[in-house]
Write a protein that binds this ligand. Structure first.
Ligand code: NDP
Ligand SMILES: O=C(O)C1=N[C@H](C(=O)O)C[C@H](O)C1
Length: 252
């Protein structure tokens, strides 16, 4: 039985994972951490990660970028594998994640869904054909009005996947409002929409002369992320130190 520490247990994703794990035979949430402790849980909830004294096998994190440094320190101190799903980390934090992965198992992924992880692979092939043929690449992401970071971690991961396939020659452009020149061929425009309760939409546009190819992923429920995170947690428990991603969990 894999014992999970749910970091951010009373947020939108933490609550979804709490429900999903109830139906798991080989995993249980043994403890939670959340700034907001005002709702009843079936497991003990601590306000700060440093207060948690429950023995667990793995941490699943869906919290806030501001909470990630303390979480990483705790995981290193306790030699705990961690599934990092929180987005909007700074460059400094990303460096710290890399350093920690030399001491503990870290699985970092901006999107735990099967669909986006397949798209990360498909886009490499598409870009290799379309970019040299002169197609412009643009990305549009749409999320709910409670989201803190923009662009989404997923949009950046999709752009990174394309860029990696193209020898990292592309620049990302987030805002053209002050620009008075034509777009460069080697740019990827990334636009963010924040509205209502949209769970998550990502559209990748390859636009050529008289022809447009679009890849679109729509998450209709947070359960697609929650299921992936629980699978990732079960996979990561007991793994040696290192950096992992969803490609290690979902075998295509
Ligand atoms: N990788 C993926 O597949 C996905 C990633 N995400 C990312 O996960 C993160 C959380 O998303 P979501 O659940 O929608 O957000 P929510 O804001 O609904 O939940 C986050 C929870 O974390 C709590 N929190 C804030 N600071 C701390 C802290 N220092 N210690 C412990 N808990 C804390 C918040 O409390 P309070 O409200 O009181 O601040 C809140 O209850 C975001 O970064 C989001 O982008 C989301 C979906 C999928
Ligand atoms: O905040 C969210 O809701 C989501 N965040 C992740 C991101 O930033 O990519 C993943 C998903 O799209 C939902």
């Amino acid at each position: 039985m894999v014992k999970i520490l749910m970091h951010g247990c009373n947020g939108k994703m933490g609550r979804m994972i709490t429900e999903i794990v109830k139906n798991e035979e080989d995993a249980v949430i043994a403890a939670g951490v959340d700034k907001f402790t005002g709702i009843p849980n079936d497991y003990p909830v601590f306000e700060k990660i440093t207060q948690c004294d429950v023995g667990v096998d793995v941490v699943i994190d869906f919290s806030n970028a501001g909470a990630v440094d303390e979480l990483l320190d705790y995981c290193v101190k306790k030699s705990l594998p961690v599934v990092l799903c929180t987005t909007g980390l700074s460059d400094e934090q990303l460096k710290k994640v890399d350093e920690c992965s030399e001491k503990i198992a870290v699985l970092k992924s901006a999107n735990m869904s099967m669909g986006i992880n397949l798209l990360l692979k498909l886009l490499k092939d598409a870009a290799k054909v379309l970019a040299p043929a002169g197609y412009d690449i643009e990305l549009v992401e749409k999320h709910h009005n409670q989201k803190l970071d923009a662009p989404s971690g997923t949009a950046l991961a999709l752009a990174d996947s394309i860029n990696e396939a193209m020898g990292n020659e592309y620049e990302y452009v987030y805002d053209r409002s002050q620009v008075r020149k034509k777009r460069d061929a080697k740019e990827i425009g990334i636009s963010a929409v924040r509205a209502g309760t949209i769970v998550g939409e990502h559209e990748v546009i390859f636009a050529g002369t008289d022809e447009v190819i679009e890849f679109k992923h729509t998450a209709y429920s947070r359960s697609v992320f929650a299921k992936g995170a629980v699978e990732a947690g079960k996979f990561l428990a007991g793994q040696p130190a290192g950096m992992y991603d969803m490609g290690d969990v979902i075998q295509f």
